[in-house]
Design a protein around this ligand. Structure first.
Ligand code: APR
Length: 183
């Protein structure tokens, strides 16, 4: 499973699935959630209204509607100040793990993630990036899944550099890891 890090707008991603850093209502919000709902169009909200929300760390899938991506995987990340750091770490890991599981179940080969919880939910960036690197690596080690590439789509340079550094460290720290950083 290749992992790449790019700088850009996740709503422009042309792969199979994009992940949305949602909230538990799944009814839209600011940040990347707002951008995805605007780009996907009003049918996304109508569809989400039938889903009954989503618990933090869990994930639900919808069509991409007007997006280039076929699917949107909605996962509410942890609000950092609303739980202990260890609990927040675990919920953040669950977001990525459960989103990858859903992507695999829906035969997605390419999946894009935003930096879940590091915006409005104030999860410390470097801490999040290290958790994401480890989670992706462990998922790749334990699944012979059809997911060929995971792309972290970062919206600003600081976020981009934090994920690049975390992924390089993870790859270097785990010789033979099945997570290769594509350059
Ligand atoms: N493409 C990629 N990344 C984006 C985009 C975009 N178009 N817009 C914002 N981001 C980035 C932010 O810069 C941040 O790095 O997504 C990351 C996550 O930030 P938020 O969107 O604030 O998400 P989060 O911290 O998980 O907070 C979720 O915010 O939008 C509401 O409804 C959402 O209540 C929920 C909360």
């Amino acid at each position: 499973m290749k992992v790449s890090v790019t700088l850009g707008d996740i709503t422009k991603f042309e792969g199979d699935a994009i992940v949305n850093a949602a909230n538990c209502t799944l009814l839209g919000g600011g940040g990347v959630d707002g951008a995805i709902h605007r780009a996907a169009g009003p049918k996304l909200l109508l569809h989400c209204m039938t889903l009954g929300g989503c618990r933090t760390g869990e994930a639900k899938i919808t069509p991409g509607f007007k997006l280039a991506a076929k699917y949107i995987i909605h996962t509410p990340g942890p609000r950092y100040t609303s739980m202990t750091p260890d609990a927040a770490d675990e919920k953040l890991r669950d977001c990525y793990w459960n989103s990858l599981t859903l992507a695999e179940q829906n035969e997605c080969r390419t999946v894009a993630f935003p930096s879940i919880s590091t915006g409005i939910y104030r999860f410390p960036l470097e801490r999040a990036a290290a958790i994401v690197a480890r989670t992706l690596s462990e998922y790749a080690q334990t699944h012979d899944s059809g997911i060929e590439e995971v792309t972290m789509v970062c919206f600003d340079q600081t976020t981009y550099e934090a994920y690049r550094a975390a992924f390089e460290k993870e790859e270097l720290g785990r010789p033979g890891a099945r997570v290769g950083i594509s350059r």
